[in-house]
Structures are given as structure tokens and as C-alpha cells.
Design a binder for this molecule. Sequence first.
Ligand code: NAP
Length: 311
Amino acid sequence: MFQQLKVLAILCILSCSSNYTYSKTFLVFGAKTGWIGQQIQHMLIKQGHKVLVAHSRLENRNDVIAELDQVKPDCIINAAGVTGRPNVDWCEDHKQETLRANMIGTLNLWDCAFNKNIHVINLGTGCVYEYDQQHPINSGIGFTEEEAPNFKGSFYSYTKGMIDRLVVNYPNVLNLRIRMPLADDLHPRNFITKIINYKKVVNIPNSMTILYDLLPLIPEMAERRLTGNLNFTNPGVISHNEILQLYKEYIDPQFTWVNFTLEEQAQILKAGRSNNELDTTRLLAEFPHVPHIKHSIIKLFERMKQQVKIN
Ligand SMILES: NC(=O)c1ccc[n+]([C@@H]2O[C@H](COP(=O)([O-])OP(=O)(O)OC[C@H]3O[C@@H](n4cnc5c(N)ncnc54)[C@H](OP(=O)(O)O)[C@@H]3O)[C@@H](O)[C@H]2O)c1
């Protein structure tokens, strides 16, 4: 069922693509094997763009330069990076590998592109903050793009937070801060799949990215040549329990789950996990139609239910 859901989910993302009258050449890093990179590749092809999958490793400067010279892309999408398997805990014990891709490699790509005046759209993360006194849970006060990361709980987030601060020095780079990506299929990397499979799950409201809504905006971001950091989530927050309740309602009526506290969760994890709300003012100024998370997630489960029925 998962494979069929995956194909149908990709088709759903493609079907909401806009009618672009221009076409660009995109070079996508992380599309050979990466979950999000492959979805971006398919979406760009559907929108009529020329897409090439990058072969060079981010940190190999000569290879990257040669590939840029050969492809001459209008825009580079960087969906490559070390994320850790089975999860980000892996990065705690593989710091050099994590730095090599997420900092040295990513900076290398931005720098090579800068020298050739090529726009880069980089997939970063919004998991660089945690709720604090100025941004309490459920306050509606989200972290803006200008605020410095305050989450130091995991090495993965640390590397992403460092690179996040360096974007300002590269006028050719847009860094998209994705969080807890939600897809229409039950791919293992989908946040929904992750939390339905946990033995115990925390229950905290968070900003999240519904890929169906957000990924199709990327070509227009390239067209506008946006730069800097951008909080790339749907407006609003949603909690783990709200998602699980919808999963139960739409997909599996027999589904049950058990909650536990953040303190209990910390005992089973090597690295901390970030919980936060991001401010989406900048995103909505550029794309006012991006739907609120609580509205959009209903549509997501309706689409998922349709696919489950078909299968
Ligand atoms: N999925 C999430 O929950 C999430 C949330 C927020 C942000 N993000 C960010 O979004 C991006 C894509 O995430 P994803 O879920 O699609 O990750 P993924 O499935 O783990 O894919 C990562 C891709 O990066 C490639 N890669 C790793 N190191 C590389 C290097 N040094 N040079 C070139 N390619 C390299 C991998 O290729 P190989 O297999 O060949 O190494 C793989 O294709 C990542 O930067 C991630 O940090 C993801």
C-alpha cells in the first residue's frame, strides 16, 4: 500500500502546480536518493522546467565547479544534507560526517554558486529554536527569520543553525526553514508515519510544513530570486495528538497511542528535539494563499483517505 500511496502523493503534489509560462534549468542536489529532493525533482519536471540531478558531493569543490560549468543552471536546489539514520541521534556520534555535508559542503556549494552568480534555494530547517519566555507555547508569538537560533540540543540542529546564520553573507542564497514535513503518503520520513509508529509520543504544538502546499512555491521563489532565511511552514501550529486523532478518524479507526512527557522522552533519546512556532509573516507577504496548518491538514487526510480507498 505504501508504494501506491507514494506514487499517488507525488501526483497530488504535481497536480497543484501552477501554470508557469517560463521555464528554467534547475540543478537539484539530493535528488538521487533523498526523500524531499526527489519530490522537488518531480514537481519541477511537471511544471515544465528542465531538471538535472546533481552527481557531485557537496564538499568536493572541483567536482561542484565542473558540474556547474557543464550544466549552467539558472537555479540550484540544495536538498542534500546529512539527516542521520534512523534519526538525527546518529549525528551525535558522526560529527565530522555531519559537519562535512551540512556546513563545509553546503557553504562550498553556496560559494561556488556565488562566484558564478547562480541562485541557490537551500533546504534548511526550522528546528533551530525551542519555546522560551519570549515565545511561549500557544502564545502565537513565533520566531522570526531575524532571531538567532536558541536550540542547542542536537548536533544536527547545531550545524543547521550555524549555516542559517551565514546566509546573510551570500546574496545568492535563499534558505528554506522546513519543519516536521508532512506528506500525503506514508513514507517512513513523513512526520505522520514517524509518530504513528512511536511506542510513546509527546504532545506539543509545533509549526510544520505540509509539502503539498509549500514545495510548488519553489519555482516562483526562483523566479523572484528570493534570498535570506525564510520560515517555510504553514501558518499556525498543530500538536502531535491533533494529528494522531485525525489519522484515527480518517485512516485507521483502530489506532491508539500513548503519550509521555518531554522528560520521559529525553531518557530514550541521545539528542534533544526542537519544539517551536515559526513566524510566517515573510512567507505570507510573498505567498498570501498558503493555508493555515489546521485547515490544510484536513485536506491532507482527505487526500490520503482517497488513496487508501483506491488501493
Ligand atoms: N525530512 C525532514 O524531517 C526534514 C526536516 C527539516 C529539514 N530537512 C532538510 O531537508 C533536506 C532534505 O531532507 P530529506 O528528508 O530529503 O533527507 P534524506 O532523505 O536523508 O536525503 C538527503 C540527501 O542528501 C544526500 N547527501 C548527503 N550528504 C551529501 C553530500 N555530502 N553531498 C551530496 N549529497 C549528499 C544524500 O545522498 P546519499 O544517500 O548519496 O548520501 C540524500 O540523497 C536536508 O537538508 C534536511 O536537513 C528535512
